[in-house]
Design a protein around this ligand. Sequence first.
Ligand code: ADE
Length: 227
Amino acid sequence: MRIDIITVLPELLRSPFEHSILKRAQDKGLVEVHLHDLREYGFGKHKQVDDYQFGGGAGMVMMAEPIFACVEELQAERKYDEIIYMTPDGQTFNQRHANSLSLVENIIILAGHYKGVDQRVRDHLITLELSIGDFVLSGGELAAAVVSDAVIRLLPGVLNDETSALTDSFQDNLLAPPVYTRPAKFRGWEVPEVLRSGDFKKIEDWRHDQAVQRTKDRRPDLLDDKK
Ligand code: ADE
């Protein structure tokens, strides 16, 4: 898979991809992540990428032309399955989006800034608009990193058995069950007996029951939202 991220702040996005699982996924050749500085497509001496909004009002708007130029340069090299714009008014990103994006070959993610992008970019270039929650970030970069992380860890070969995505919260619309490690007794609090029983069938059933109970208590909405 290949992910191209377009941003005015590539530096802000470098670090998340240089550590741990995301770094390993790239080192293993399972994903390529390319950061593109939108300013390189900006106008004039100052490499301008934003301008005042028509109709007046505070805040600058990202211009269509540099964004189209950058995306079209990428599209000249390969076909993209989705061109995603990170924005608080997009669809709320969830595990289903992550699962389906993990199956495609190439995606572009555009991180917005200022008052957002010229509507013509959204109307004529973007194929999917995603939000990572009902709050406003100062730019789409961190949101782009969140989406990339959730997608990359699902690519075959990225996780080993120990970190398998199959037992993650949300993978089957259930939250993950509680987990414990040593010691078996800490400050008088004991690890549930069943987990120390060695009876794998019983352990599996207990984990499933706990996952269902936790989901009922914390996120009952997930139970009526079956895939
Ligand atoms: N840009 C600013 N806020 C955002 C959010 N909540 N999700 C995605 N992109 C954003």
